[in-house]
Design a protein around this ligand. Structure first.
Ligand code: AMP
Length: 547
């Protein structure tokens, strides 16, 4: 017997329809590429998304055709999120920090037909446009009078001129909720990039989940700043969860330095912000250097790479801002786990709570996870056994777009497919997952594994260290031994011996790095993560002491 409830597909257009009707006057504030601040409301967003949808219909773009963006976080990008996906096309958000060759490759692979870009990316578009034959229309996300002259890009039009004449009346089409809505290529370090192709259903379910109290706890009373980019896994789903809750939205545009982000937080009464550790480090440095305080910010979600405990302490103890440590990946839309305490932990002393809050956290309903050994046997949730982390759920990829080769999923005894994350983790009896490492970054020393994240976290707690990366170096007896590469804070000093002494009592003796390498900067990739492959390349002539 079937239930007798209404059947309505879960479509992205329903999010903006809801926001227009119930939170029409809630604000969306954007710092623009031009540097000024732009303000409008969800009602305006809805109206202009419909204009964009009408323009795409008028061009004769078909259902599922790809429309690409090369853009910072801002209101026009947000209009693309709804106008493109809501009208049945697929939004392809391109990471502008990728190499131009990679960008040309993914535009061709996705067969993008329209590409809209912020004018700060004009040189990039000039470098790749001749290599992107599928693109019929190039659009600069700017006012008509700001259209770059003599750009050399055929038919370039400004976004405002492009959508300006279109009607803001539009009936969002209704279609299968499993239809593709957006896509994001992973910044894989080896091989060609691979695209996660999200659906309306996966995106809407993820938007619900992201707003839950033990996830981002978003509400109509919040002012939310996604520093995490809309070009990388849909800014962790915030552009979809925001209209679902009616929160105020604050977009930072291209200005991600500590000063600009701090000023925006204070000026717009931001209560909740999301970002990767490298960006938050810039914010903390600015706030500490100026002896500043946060007057409204009360929580921040940090993820994308391991959040050093020293950062959690600084936000919480010095500024009264709670840190929610989050873990996920492009293939997971991206949220998998968030770290919040359970009721029974409330009675624990502060230190005990902090130990838990450093972990990557508990699975969100909708994400199932397990850890397995090299033979695929499930490992116990004892907080000690570590193994490959596998996940499954309705917002996790089943396959990549136009993938070559077989399914990425690993079947279990019941034939259900699990996605191998490439991460190594422990899970404790309460279900808190802790990432030990990326499987390729784990240091294998004398048959034991050393977590590079643990070794980095200790160095990051030293006041002189701005950033630290631990990598394994070949060793004739132990296979590999860890070394720690560090970049110092401006003006700070620490000697090799002092830093190695700092490890005493903080980790087992055999896990202490064999050496310290001082570098000007740790290489950072397109999504703010450390590029250990590049660091290994830079240190290819390095030899461990005594070898
Ligand atoms: P991406 O798909 O580019 O966002 O990268 C996903 C990968 O980033 C994950 O598989 C992890 O290796 C890493 N990652 C994300 N969040 C965290 C976190 N909180 N702690 C440690 N690693 C993380």
């Amino acid at each position: 017997m079937l239930g007798l409830m209404q059947s309505q597909p879960l479509l992205i257009s329903s999010l903006i329809e809801f926001a227009e009707r119930h939170h029409g006057d809630a604000e969306i504030v954007s710092r623009r590429v031009e540097g000024d601040i732009h303000r409008y409301t969800y009602r305006d967003l809805s109206r202009r998304s419909k204009q964009l949808a009408n323009v795409l219909d008028g061009m004769g773009l078909q259902f599922s055709d790809r429309v690409a963006s090369l853009a910072w976080n801002g209101y026009r990008h947000m209009e693309m999120y709804f106008g493109v996906s809501g009208s049945g096309r697929v939004l392809h958000t391109i990471n502008p920090r990728l190499h131009p060759d990679q960008i040309a490759w993914i535009v061709n692979h996705a067969e993008d037909q329209v590409l809209c870009f912020d004018t700060s990316f004009l040189p990039l578009v000039q470098a790749v446009h001749a290599r992107c034959p599928s693109v019929k229309k190039w659009v600069a996300l700017c006012d008509a009078d700001k259209l770059p002259a003599d750009s050399g890009i055929p038919g370039l039009v400004s976004y405002e001129a492009w959508i300006g004449g279109a009607s803001s009346e539009y009936a969002w089409p209704v279609f299968d909720e499993n239809s593709a809505s957006s896509m994001c290529y992973t910044s894989g370090t080896t091989g060609n990039p691979k695209a996660a192709l999200y659906s309306h259903r996966s995106t809407t379910l993820h938007a619900y989940a992201a707003a839950l109290p033990d996830v981002m706890n978003l509400s109509a009373r919040d002012s939310v700043l996604p520093v995490v980019p809309m070009f990388h896994v849909n800014a962790w789903g915030i552009p979809y969860s925001a209209p679902l809750t009616g929160c105020k939205l604050v977009f930072p545009g291209p200005a991600l330095d500590g000063k600009s982000v701090y000023e925006l937080i204070e000026a717009e009464g931001v209560t909740f912000a999301a970002g990767v550790p490298t960006v938050w480090q810039m914010l903390l440095n600015h706030v500490k250097a100026g002896g500043l305080k946060f007057s409204t910010l009360n929580r921040t979600v940090i993820g994308g790479s391991a959040c050093p405990p020293a950062m959690i302490h600084a936000f919480q103890d010095e500024f009264g801002v709670s840190v929610l440590h989050a873990w996920g990946m492009t293939e997971m839309s991206p949220l998998g786990t968030l770290c919040t305490l359970k009721n029974k932990h409330l009675a624990l002393p502060r230190d005990g709570q902090m130990k838990i809050l450093q972990k990557q956290g508990r699975a969100i309903y909708g994400v199932d996870m397990k850890i397995v050994d090299s033979a695929g046997n499930e490992l116990p949730w004892d907080g000690k056994s570590y193994g490959d982390l596998l996940v499954k759920g309705p917002w996790i990829v089943a396959d990549y777009y136009r993938s070559e080769g077989g399914s990425p999923l690993v079947p279990d005894a019941q034939g259900r497919g699990w996605f191998p994350t490439g991460d190594v983790a422990t899970i404790d009896a309460d279900g808190f997952m802790q990432i030990t490492d990326r499987s390729k970054d784990v240091i294998k020393s004398g048959g034991e594994w050393i977590s590079s994240i643990d070794i980095e976290n200790i160095a990051m707690a030293h006041p002189a260290i701005a950033m630290a990366a631990c990598i394994g170096m070949p060793h004739p007896k132990w296979d590999e031994r860890p070394i720690i590469a560090v970049a110092l804070k401006p003006g700070a000093e620490v000697s090799r011996e002092e830093l190695l002494a700092f490890y005493e009592g903080k980790t087992a003796k055999w896990q202490v790095p064999d050496d310290v390498v001082f570098v000007d900067a740790i290489p950072i990739g397109a999504t703010g993560k450390m590029l250990k492959a590049k660091l290994r390349e830079q240190l290819k002539d390095y030899r461990l002491p005594g070898l």
